[in-house]
Design a protein around this ligand. Structure first.
Ligand code: HEC
Length: 222
């Protein structure tokens, strides 16, 4: 009987403690703004404040204009910057990456070889403005930085890809577009002497004699 009474008292005390602590709501009810609250203090009436101009989030400092913007002092860089090349083990890896990204994001409109005849263009889904070919004298002569800018910020009716393609991958796409352009506008003198000899003999210039003919076509995909 005594034991029960003790337990009862202890239980009551515990309940009292819980209730008493529940009454201390001053941390909870302190004067503070909730997200998206209205404020009478600031002139724009918003409690949420913008970061101070020029604030850079940790890990997002992008000082290299050539690499991150494709332009220095507002002028497009003529060539792919070294910082972009340094992100890849070698140019072949870079081109492979560029090819994969291009075929994912650009090929549906611009076509596999860059003539502007991708399936979306063929089906008339891009009717407002024709998808241009990359094989025009103007785009052949234009700076590498211009392609980077088009991918980053869009161009005319073409939407930007900055949220989908990382800076180094944008440069890889630029490299691949250059490869596509070369593939449609090469002179025999652009080929290595050995490959040129094979071509003159009527052989596949891509395959070294005796090598397994795994790349047995002259497709633009390799
Ligand atoms: C949905 C279709 C579509 C996709 C996808 C697309 N483009 Fe375009 N692109 C266009 C159209 C349409 C234009 C012409 C825009 C205009 O003239 O207003 C254009 C124009 C261009 C130009 C020409 C800029 C100039 O100076 O004339 C380049 C370069 C280009 N795109 C590159 C790319 C690259 C690289 C990608 C992939 C990352 C891509 N595009 C993805 C439709 C597309």
């Amino acid at each position: 009987m005594k034991r029960m009474k003790t337990a009862y008292t202890a239980g009551l005390a515990l309940l009292g403690l819980v209730l008493a602590s529940g009454c201390h709501r001053d941390m909870y009810d302190q004067p503070k703004y909730e997200p998206y609250d209205q404020s009478t203090f600031f002139t724009d009436q918003k409690a949420d404040r913008q970061p101070v101009t020029g604030t850079v989030a940790r890990g997002q400092l992008a000082l290299d204009d050539a690499f991150y913007r494709g332009a220095v002092n507002g002028k497009p860089v003529p060539n792919i910057p070294p910082a972009a090349l340094a992100r890849f083990a070698n140019t072949r890896d870079m081109l492979r990456r560029g090819q994969a990204q291009y075929n994912t994001f650009c090929q549906p409109c611009h076509g596999e070889s860059g003539y502007g005849n991708g399936m979306i263009a063929q089906r008339g889904l891009s009717q407002r403005r024709q998808v241009p070919t990359y094989h025009s004298p103007r785009l052949r002569d234009i700076e590498d930085g211009h392609f980077y800018d088009v991918i980053t910020n869009g161009f005319g009716v073409m939407y930007p890809y900055s949220s989908r393609i990382a800076p180094e991958d944008r440069w890889a796409v630029v490299a691949y577009i250059r490869a596509l352009q070369l593939s449609q506008n090469a002179r025999p003198s652009d080929m290595p002497a050995e490959a040129r000899q094979r071509l003159l003999r009527g052989e596949n210039p891509n395959v070294a004699p005796g090598a397994a003919a795994t790349t047995g076509t002259t497709s633009t995909n390799e």
